[in-house]
Design a protein around this ligand. Structure first.
Ligand code: SF4
Ligand code: SF4
Length: 77
């Protein structure tokens, strides 16, 4: 995997994309994901969701529906 692919894999899977700017670190999306695709950045005041296993995403969109701040969207939109 090249560097651009690695950067992309932190922001999106085949089905969803993340904009963590408005993330309030409630972790609802992390808990909703049945495939442990999403993880937490929680380090020295930096708290937001991140993608940890992009290839595992099955596109169920539970995370999209769970986020109260619209940080996660379907790539089909
Ligand atoms: S679409 Fe489903 S499998 Fe993919 S990250 Fe969201 S909850 Fe997890
Ligand atoms: S549900 Fe939304 S606000 Fe909560 S941790 Fe996930 S992306 Fe952030």
């Amino acid at each position: 995997m090249g560097i651009l692919d690695k950067l992309r894999a932190r922001r999106q899977t085949a089905y969803i994309k993340i904009d963590a700017h408005h993330c309030v670190a409630c972790w609802k999306c992390v808990k909703s994901c049945p495939k442990s695709v999403l993880g937490k950045v929680d380090f020295l005041g930096h708290r937001h969701v991140k993608i940890v296993a992009a290839d595992a995403c099955i596109g169920c969109l539970k995370c999209v529906n769970r986020c109260p701040h619209g940080c996660i969207t379907s790539r089909e939109n």
